[in-house]
Ligand binder design. Structure first.
Ligand code: NDP
Ligand code: 2IT
Length: 450
């Protein structure tokens, strides 16, 4: 075994022994270690200061009970968390997820990934993630409000503009941010930019709603441009129908691509000739304003088909944008995409590609834009929201999106710098992991052992 393999195995064994029930965190750790260990093994300062062992353990995990009352007087208890991974580069920063699948394993994988993503943006942001195993589906607005207020009743004491700045993620959008931030200002008796993703009327940033999806398409365009191509005329499949998916689909359409799918946990909405801007707008309002389901679309919009239980992966395409959730794209899905002609997979979601699928894509030389680079536009724009809040300013949408695009271009350039292979091809997975790692690692070295 080479010294590199030896170090990787030792680190992974520690992760597995310490937390045998955390396979998703293990998957994220394995991918990062695979990229950075060859570099670390040859750099004595990183090795001697155990930088990787320290990065594999979060600064702090907070877990708490969230009790709340439904509309009929029934009492429910959920579990809430905040995983504060590291504040080496700035205040803890990352979203909150409300979904029944939330547990410590999932939030540790997300907090770990967030750390490298935030580092890649070049902004002063540490890494964190939080959430609860609460299922907002089928709950009334008042129930969601009461849940958010109860959740914040504990979380507020761990937050602050210079301490920890949460935002949204799956199941936490502008409505939930409103309930959470409204309760925060009351409990803390303090208004500051201690949450992002706020609405425009109370300190939110122009462009934050579209940022993750738009940034993902910008990153995809950068990857295509690097090999002399563009999105124009390409067939694109998108999974998900939430914040990231909707706006990724829109920017791809506006860039001349034919977007043939959206999806949700119930199935796939297929648009054989591509969504029109009018159809897209109807679906956006369905999801963002009426909290409806994709299955409702074909009744109102002709030419679309909703297939229950289906995913978008067997539709022929050149570009795939997985924008729903982790491990949604598994080995059979990867084989179907490869058979359908996919050339580029650009991850709007966090770790949507399973380990096996990633290997299949790499074998077949399908270019992967990893989530920690490709979906960084959301948190980068959160960073711009923090800047505006500190300055008591509101920038125009053009100004925000121009800066977000510039950050995405800079992340792409870093991935190329650290991921270029001898033959001129770019391994974006390695490039993103290594570039993200180096900034955090150098801060940890500067701080001494802590
Ligand atoms: P939303 O809650 O707005 O939308 C999530 C979408 O994904 C829904 O269409 C949902 O369908 C679908 N989905 C969720 N879980 C599953 C599942 N297990 N199987 C199939 N479909 C599923 O979340 P976002 O759009 O904000 O987040 C999507 C992804 O992007 C996540 O991985 C998130 O971590 C990542 N991300 C989000 C950022 C942001 O700024 N919001 C920033 C960077 C990354 P259904 O309604 O049926 O559950
Ligand atoms: O995964 C992510 O980057 C997010 N959910 C956004 C985090 C943020 O703080 O804006």
């Amino acid at each position: 075994m080479s010294p590199e393999d030896d170090l990787t195995q030792t680190l992974l064994e520690t992760v597995r022994e310490r937390d045998p029930e955390q396979p998703t965190f293990y998957q994220a750790a394995e991918e990062v270690l695979h990229s950075v260990v060859p570099f670390v093994a040859s750099t004595s300062a990183y090795r001697e200061n155990a930088i990787l062992s320290r990065l594999l353990e979060p600064d702090r995990v907070i877990s708490f009970r969230v009790s709340w009352e439904d509309d009929h007087g029934g009492v429910h208890v959920n579990r809430g968390y905040r995983v504060q991974w590291t504040n080496a580069l700035g205040p803890y920063k990352g979203g909150l997820r409300f979904h029944p699948t939330v547990n410590l394993d999932v939030l540790k994988f997300l907090g770990f990934e967030q750390t490298f993503k935030n580092s890649l943006t070049g902004l002063p942001m540490g890494g964190a993630k939080g959430g609860a195993d609460f299922d907002p589906k089928g709950r009334s607005e008042r129930e969601i409000m009461r849940f958010c207020q109860s959740f914040m009743t504990e979380l507020y004491r761990h937050m602050g503009e210079d301490t920890d700045v949460p935002a949204g993620d799956i199941g936490v959008g502008p409505r939930e941010i409103g309930f959470l931030f409204g309760h925060y200002t009351r409990l803390a008796n303090h208004w500051s930019g201690s949450m992002t993703g706020k609405a425009l009327s109370y300190g939110g940033s122009e462009g934050r709603v579209v940022a993750t999806g738009y940034g993902c398409v910008r990153f995809c365009q950068n990857m295509l441009q690097h090999v002399g191509q563009s999105l124009e005329g390409k067939r694109v499949v998108v999974s998900g129908a939430g914040n990231v998916a909707l706006h990724a689909a829109r920017r791809a359409m506006d860039s001349g691509a034919t977007v043939v799918s959206l999806s949700d946990s119930g199935g796939c909405l297929h648009a054989p000739t591509g969504f029109t801007p009018e159809q897209w707008e109807w679906i956006r309002a369905l999801k963002e304003e009426r909290y409806g389901r994709l299955a409702e679309a074909p009744e109102a919009l002709s030419g679309l088909e909703y297939k229950p239980g289906a995913t978008p992966w067997d539709l022929p395409c050149e570009v795939a944008l997985p924008c729903a959730t982790q491990n949604e794209l598994d080995a059979p899905a990867a084989r179907a995409l490869i058979a359908g002609g996919v050339k580029v997979v650009c991850e709007g979601a966090n770790m949507p590609t399973s380990r096996e699928a990633l290997h299949l894509f790499q074998e077949q030389r399908v270019t992967i834009g990893p989530g920690k680079a490709a979906n960084a536009g959301g948190v980068a724009t959160s960073g711009l929201e923090q800047t505006q809040n500190s300055q008591r300013e509101s920038w125009s949408k053009e100004r925000v999106l121009e800066r977000m695009d510039a950050i995405m271009d800079a992340i792409h350039a870093k991935c190329v710098r650290y991921g270029e292979d001898g033959d001129g091809r770019v391994d974006y997975v390695r490039g993103a992991n290594l570039a993200g790692f180096l900034r955090v690692a150098d801060a940890l070295l500067a701080y001494g052992i802590r």
